[in-house]
Design a protein around this ligand. Structure first.
Ligand SMILES: NC(=O)c1ccc[n+]([C@@H]2O[C@H](COP(=O)([O-])OP(=O)(O)OC[C@H]3O[C@@H](n4cnc5c(N)ncnc54)[C@H](OP(=O)(O)O)[C@@H]3O)[C@@H](O)[C@H]2O)c1
Length: 195
């Protein structure tokens, strides 16, 4: 399959791209690479699809949502969270659905805070929940055998280590990446996959 991985230099995205490399043609995209895309900018998503031509799968492991207490989050913080992680991924599907080959797939990223929020995560939890609800609904309408699924990572071990946290409860990025591979190579649609 010919697969674009958005966020391919990230903690999770780099493991996804490496895992897919053995059996597929992988295109690595992010804001600063040879194949550039900025999820926050709808035109940049359109330009990426124009540049890439035919694809079998689109994987997204990128998108920003702002942490902060409800009283501290500003309009701009909610705006960025919706524009980047929510609408960025929604637009990947909206603009990509006519470009994928028959039977192709989208695999998006949400996060455990959709189901298990903590104080200081209202914007992140909102966006994660939105991505999951969007995917379940979009799966009902996609044509030509196209599929859409979401991976909902918990805390990733490498991320916890980089933040100086105890990482013993985290999941290695390599293990999270396997869920994306399953979503791409499997037959499910409208599902949220948890590590
Ligand atoms: N790590 C965790 O513990 C964890 C847990 C739950 C959910 N998640 C979710 O998983 C996703 C990936 O997380 P991560 O920790 O792997 O992120 P990361 O290490 O910060 O990597 C982000 C990747 O996305 C690219 N990127 C950033 N902003 C972008 C944009 N606006 N448009 C296109 N590409 C962009 C980055 O490259 P450039 O900077 O060059 O663009 C990089 O390749 C995020 O949505 C995050 O919320 C992560």
């Amino acid at each position: 399959m010919r697969i674009v991985v958005i966020g391919a230099t990230g903690t999770i995205g780099s493991e996804i791209a490496d895992a897919l490399d053995a059996n597929h043609e992988v295109v690595r995209a992010h804001r600063h690479g040879d194949v550039k895309v900025d999820l926050d900018e709808p035109d940049s998503i359109r330009d990426m699809y124009e540049q890439l031509g035919e694809l079998d799968a689109v994987v997204c492991a990128a998108g920003i949502a702002k942490f902060g207490k409800l009283g501290d989050l500003r309009d701009a913080d909610f705006g960025l969270s919706m524009r980047s992680k929510l609408m960025g991924q929604v637009n990947l599907v909206r603009y990509g659905r006519e470009r994928l080959r028959d039977g192709g797939s989208f695999t998006l990223t949400s996060g455990v805070l959709a189901q298990h929020p903590m104080p200081g995560t209202s914007a992140v939890a909102m966006v994660n929940g939105g991505v999951e609800s969007f995917a379940r609904a979009a799966a009902l309408e996609l044509e030509r055998g196209l599929r859409i699924n979401v991976v909902s990572p918990g805390w990733v071990k490498e991320t916890m280590e980089s933040m100086g946290m105890d990482s013993s409860s985290g999941t290695a990025a390599r293990d999270v990446a396997q869920l994306y591979v399953q979503a791409i190579e499997g037959e499910q649609t409208g599902e949220v996959l948890h590590p």
